[in-house]
Design a protein around this ligand. Structure first.
Ligand SMILES: [Zn+2]
Length: 272
C-alpha cells in the first residue's frame, strides 16, 4: 500500500506506512448501531390496528403508522414523499389474511352489498391464505397494492381510485429502482387520472382537482410529452383558487419542463 503520509517523513515522522486512519472494525459497529437505532425508531412508529373484514368478518390486526414521529425529508416532482424512518405507503394497504379482500385503510370498510358479491366471486374464490411479515418491504407492499388494485377492479370503482393505486405502485417501484415497472404504472396512473378529470368528482382520496392536474403535468413530463405537460401546468399556475404552495411547485415544474424540452430539441438537432 502507498504511504499516504509520504510528505510527513520530511517533518521527522517515521513508521507511518503501516498506520490505519480508520480502525477496521469501526464501520461495522456504526452499521450495527444504525440498524439498532432504526429498529427502535420503527417500533416507536408502528402500532397494531384492528380491522374487521367487511367480506368475511375476520378480525385481524395490521401495522399502522403513528403520525408525528416520521419526518418528511423531501418530495419528488410528482409528489412522492420521502420520510426519514419509514415509508407510510408500505402500511396503507390493508389485506384480509383470510379471504384476500384488500383496500386502502381509509376505505377498507366501505363496500356495498353488490361489491361484496363481486369480491367473493372474483377474489375470495381464488385467494390462497398468505401471511405477511410485521415489517413490510417495498416488494411486500407492491404485492399488497396490486391485490388492492385487483379488488378495486372487482368492486368496479372509478378510474381515479385505480389511478391513485397505480401511482402508489409506481412510487414503490421507484424505491426498488425498477424503472420499467415504474413507467408502466405511471402510464396507468396518467390514463386513469385523465379519465377521472373529465368524468369524476374530486378529491380522489387526499388529491384535490388542481393537485391531480399538477401530477398529470409531471407525468406528461416524465413521458417527454412536453407540450401537454406545459398545458396542464399552465392551467394549475393560472387557476385563481390555487394554493401558494402548489403554485410554487407548479412554477418550478414549468421551468423544469422547459429545460428538458430545450435539451431534447438540442439533442435532436445534434443528431441530424
Ligand atoms: Zn376477509
Amino acid at each position: 500500500m502507498d504511504n499516504v503520509f509520504e510528505e510527513l517523513k520530511a517533518l521527522g515522522f517515521r513508521n507511518l506506512d503501516k498506520i490505519e486512519i480508520f480502525a477496521s472494525d469501526v464501520k461495522q459497529k456504526t452499521t450495527d448501531e444504525l440498524q439498532k437505532k432504526q429498529g427502535i425508531a420503527l417500533a416507536d412508529i408502528l402500532y397494531d390496528k384492528t380491522y374487521i373484514c367487511p367480506i368475511c368478518d375476520k378480525v385481524f390486526t395490521s401495522k399502522a403508522i403513528r403520525s408525528g414521529k416520521n419526518r418528511l425529508m423531501s418530495v419528488d416532482t410528482d409528489l412522492k414523499p420521502k420520510y426519514d424512518t419509514v415509508n407510510p405507503s408500505l402500511y396503507e394497504c390493508i389485506v384480509c389474511p383470510k379471504c384476500g379482500y384488500a383496500a386502502l385503510s381509509k376505505i377498507f370498510s366501505s363496500v356495498s352489498p353488490k361489491q361484496m358479491g363481486w369480491i367473493k366471486e372474483q377474489i375470495c374464490s381464488q385467494y390462497k391464505e398468505r401471511n405477511y411479515p410485521e415489517v413490510l418491504t417495498n416488494k411486500d407492499a407492491v404485492e399488497r397494492y396490486k391485490l388492492a388494485l385487483l379488488n378495486a377492479m372487482a368492486k368496479k370503482v372509478k378510474d381515479g381510485e385505480k389511478a391513485y393505486l397505480c401511482l402508489k405502485i409506481a412510487w414503490l417501484y421507484r424505491e426498488l429502482e425498477d424503472s420499467d415497472q415504474e413507467k408502466t404504472f405511471l402510464k396507468y396512473a396518467l390514463t386513469g387520472f385523465l379519465n377521472a378529470y373529465n368524468h369524476e368528482r374530486f378529491p380522489i382520496f387526499e388529491l384535490d382537482e388542481l393537485t391531480v392536474a399538477y401530477i398529470i403535468a409531471d407525468l406528461y413530463r416524465r413521458f417527454e410529452e412536453y407540450d401537454k405537460a406545459l398545458q396542464w401546468v399552465g392551467y394549475v399556475i393560472l387557476e385563481k383558487s390555487v394554493s401558494l404552495r402548489l403554485k410554487t411547485r407548479g412554477l418550478h415544474l414549468k421551468s423544469l419542463i422547459r429545460e428538458e424540452k430545450m435539451s431534447k430539441i438540442e439533442t435532436q438537432n445534434k443528431d441530424k
